[in-house]
Design a protein around this ligand. Structure first.
Ligand code: FEC
Length: 300
């Protein structure tokens, strides 16, 4: 399962309305989002083809690890077609009786992965499918190793300045109320960050939030722009961002980090670079495939 993206510019309004649980955005909100897509995509939505490639790569990895034909991958998206319910219905139509669900994002929150799982379970029940739901795999050794390699390679891009780089791990913010709910999301993100930093031999790092929504309630902070501002006042010149709660090239990375945060840093005389996203990285695929095989055991 994955987040989903509009198919094209005309699909943005329906997509945004779905994210807002059926409440259409105002004209101003719609224009704001459309202009962000315009600056990254020029009519092509990278996340769409990317998710298809991830599903194909995961299928190949499962075939290699468990034998061809043992597992079949289906795709279900949270906010776009094929929706989660479509994916489960497609399984039922093929006569599948046992399934494992996994979300591309590695850390669990009741407001992110929890929502995907609830919808998958409800639909599976309707079709009499037994479903084992994976909640997180944020410390899988293959995932940590893949991220650590990318952090190291990215820091090398700073050349002579590589010793003076501060690594900023980041993830999508959520409303602050998740803290009172004892949601594991912030802690799992810190655990991933700590493990990657350790394996990459990084001692100068911080965690920060990004991409908070405009909903009137308080979201987890500090936001990446606030963090960059504080760092600039402390004299930091080189920042390397690793959004460990995201795995793909999409709006929240290609706009929020590559355009908005980079410009904000440049205005303060700072250089900001970003990790290469995992997309269909073979170690990331192995992390998911091994987690799936482990979860499938409970169905036996
Ligand atoms: O490239 C693309 O087309 C899609 C990029 C995209 C990803 C993504 C991941 C997460 N979100 C999470 C939570 C929220 C909450 C709200 C919210 C709103 C948006 C909007 C867009 C959007 N998100 Fe998203 N998110 C992506 C895109 N997200 C566009 C609407 C405009 C805006 O606020 O920018 C607020 C909903 C509300 O209004 O009530 C909450 C979380 C993730 C990471 C986990 C996951 O991938 O599931 C959490 C990718």
């Amino acid at each position: 399962m994955s987040y989903g993206t509009p198919e094209n510019m005309e699909g943005i309004e329906a997509y945004y309305t779905h994210i807002r649980r059926g409440h259409p955005p105002t004209a101003e909100q719609l224009e704001d989002l459309t202009s962000r897509y315009r600056s990254i995509v020029g009519g092509v939505f990278p996340l769409r083809a990317n998710t298809n490639r991830q599903v194909e790569a995961l299928q190949r990895t499962l075939d290699e690890l468990a034998g061809e034909g043992r597992y079949k991958c289906y795709q279900g998206l949270k906010h776009a077609a094929p929706f989660i319910e479509d994916g489960v219905a497609a399984m039922a139509a093929d006569g599948i009786k046992e399934a494992v669900s996994i979300v591309l994002t590695p850390q669990y929150s009741s407001m992110s992965v929890g929502g995907y799982v609830k919808r998958a379970k409800e639909e599976a029940e309707k079709h009499g499918i037994r479903l084992a739901a994976i909640e997180s795999y944020h410390l899988h050794p293959e995932l940590i190793s893949a991220l650590a390699k990318r952090v190291k390679a990215g820091i090398d891009r700073f050349g002579e300045d590589r010793e003076n780089v501060l690594v900023l791990f980041s993830a999508h913010s959520l409303p602050e109320k998740i803290v009172e709910m004892k949601d594991p999301y912030p802690e799992q993100l810190l655990e991933t960050s700590r493990a990657v930093a350790e394996q990459a031999g990084i001692s100068r790092w911080q965690f920060t939030w990004q991409s908070a929504g405009q909903t009137g309630q308080k979201w987890l902070g500090p936001d990446i722009l606030e963090t960059i501002d504080s760092l600039s006042r402390e004299g930091v010149k080189n920042v390397f961002v690793a959004p460990v709660g995201f795995v793909s090239d999409h709006l929240e990375v290609l706009y929020d980090l590559d355009i908005e945060a980079r410009k904000f840093a440049a205005e303060r005389g700072m250089r900001l670079e970003r990790i290469e996203m995992l997309n269909n990285d073979s170690q990331y695929m192995k992390a998911m495939a091994e987690t799936i095989l482990g979860a499938a055991v409970v169905l036996k």
